[in-house]
Write a protein that binds this ligand. Structure first.
Ligand SMILES: [Zn+2]
Length: 475
């Protein structure tokens, strides 16, 4: 039996590395400011929907002409789908379509047009096979009810005030932050960061501003570069490490999750919307679902906060971090909510570790999803055929090892990395080691939204250079 192991190497031999990083802060908007943000988000929607309607009309017209047998060169000419083309068309038409356009920043319309340009590109790339993954659907019209209000600014006065409690955005002016922006402000003052864009968005009933920032980070080395640590993500605890450390769940997570379940039950008893009959949800359903959305956001935030603290600590401390791959089969099989939350954490843990280890000079090893980390004895290597979820302690019948189930799994993960590292020089060290494999893109790092500049629609430059390759480990 052999298992694939994916290794993500850190940055090799660099003093400093430029990365694109997001800083997000909660906002305390006044009613007047909230109206202004909503007006901007509405303007983005109007521009998006107008341009989409125009694109569709031309496509339909050409389709009809084709059925008449019109030769290709006499068809209605196509219109550009790029952001500059959409923006030219919008600027020519805005006086008629939106005579109120001067009331909003041009960035608002740009937000909507950029989203459309991306959507169209993703759709056509997906259709022609240039884009991997699930097929991408054709962009849909944005509705005021369904879409999340958001607006992005890429030019003009974007800054953090010296008091670090306020930010200034074009047109919207001075907005109060709910928390201190000191982490970002320190970098801006030291000249190691440059704001690329700022996005104001509502999430779970609350407003946030997210800064997309070009950061110049000092290259680091983990405190224990030679040490390997295995991480087993759990339900009862946030994680268990191969060192035996148990990372507790964030405080209040349990209470928040219970509240979420209660609100979900309540919402399900109300008269909800029905797509088939076109029925709208009742007011009581709407109220209940708003509260549910808030509870969901709170659980997600608590969990994410815990994961951030854990991954920062792991990446600073250990040279090699080993995690399991996403357990897709398990996710589908188990419908328990707690399990679901933990599974959602897997992807987030891996995403955070991927970039944090690359910033910290360490490396991340992702074990194959079929590697039986729970069923293997970390003492003698015997693999059990069955291990019930209820068995919290691993007891080996071969060598007599008795160990906490999660610690056993974490130790197996750590041992896996050691075996892999011993199999070839290319995996010995994340920084400065000889590597035989070509450089590729960093895996599992999400593209931060809103990082394309106003003038171009595209993806973010790679976040440091990393190598991702596969090895075969025979066990
Ligand atoms: Zn054993």
């Amino acid at each position: 039996m052999s298992y694939r192991v994916v290794i993500v190497l850190g940055v090799a031999g660099r003093e400093r590395l430029g990365v694109v990083q997001a800083y997000r802060f909660a906002l305390d908007l006044t009613p007047r400011q909230e109206r202004a943000v909503l007006a901007h988000a509405g303007a983005a929607r109007v521009a998006h929907n107008w341009a989409l309607a125009r694109v569709k009309a031309v496509m339909d017209q050409r389709a009809v002409e084709r059925t008449y047998g019109t030769p290709d060169e006499q068809l209605t000419p196509t219109i550009g789908w790029s952001l500059p083309a959409l923006r030219r068309a919008w600027n020519a038409a805005k006086a008629d379509v939106a005579p109120w356009w001067t009331e909003c920043s041009k960035e608002a319309f740009n937000t909507g047009l950029d989203a459309l340009a991306r959507g169209l590109k993703n759709w056509s790339d997906s259709r022609t096979g240039k884009r991997a993954g699930h097929p991408v659907g054709f962009p849909r019209f944005k509705s005021r009810r369904r879409s999340t209000p958001s607006v992005r600014f890429t030019t003009g006065a974007i800054r953090v005030e010296p008091d670090r409690r306020h930010v200034v955005l074009p047109r919207l002016g001075r907005l109060k932050l709910h928390e201190s922006a000191r982490k970002l402000a320190r970098r801006l003052e030291a000249g190691t960061a440059r704001i690329v864009s700022a996005t104001v968005r509502r999430d779970g009933g609350r407003w946030y501003v997210a800064f997309c920032v070009d950061v110049d980070r000092a290259a680091r080395t983990p405190n224990q570069p030679e040490v390997v640590v295995g991480v087993d993500l759990g339900v009862k605890h946030l994680a268990v490490l191969s060192t035996g450390e148990v990372e507790p769940n964030p405080r209040h997570l349990h209470t928040a999750a219970r509240r979420m379940r209660r609100l979900a039950r309540r919402a399900s008893r109300r008269v909800g919307p029905d797509r088939r009959t076109g029925r709208r949800g009742s007011r009581r359903w709407e109220r209940a679902s708003v509260r549910l959305g808030r509870a969901h956001a709170r659980v997600a935030h608590l969990r994410r906060d815990g994961l951030h603290k854990l991954t920062t600590r792991l990446a600073r401390e250990y040279g090699t971090v080993v995690v399991e791959d996403l357990n897709v089969a398990g996710m589908l099989a188990n419908r328990r909510l707690a399990r679901h939350i933990a599974d959602a954490g897997f992807a987030e843990l891996r995403r955070q570790l991927a970039y944090k280890t690359s910033w910290g000079g360490g490396r991340l090893v992702v074990a194959d999803r079929w590697y039986p980390s729970s069923k293997t004895c970390s003492g003698c290597g015997t693999v059990k055929t069955k291990l019930a979820l209820s068995e919290r302690t691993y007891t080996c019948t071969t060598c007599g090892l008795v160990l906490d189930r999660d610690v056993n799994a974490a130790r197996n993960l750590a041992a896996l990395a050691v075996t892999v590292a011993g199999s070839g020089p290319e995996t010995r060290n994340g920084r400065g080691a000889d590597r035989k494999t070509p450089l590729a893109g960093l895996v599992a790092v999400k593209r931060q939204p809103g990082t394309a500049k106003a003038g171009n629609t595209g993806t973010v430059p790679p976040q440091g250079r990393t190598s991702n390759h596969e090895l075969t480990h025979a066990s």
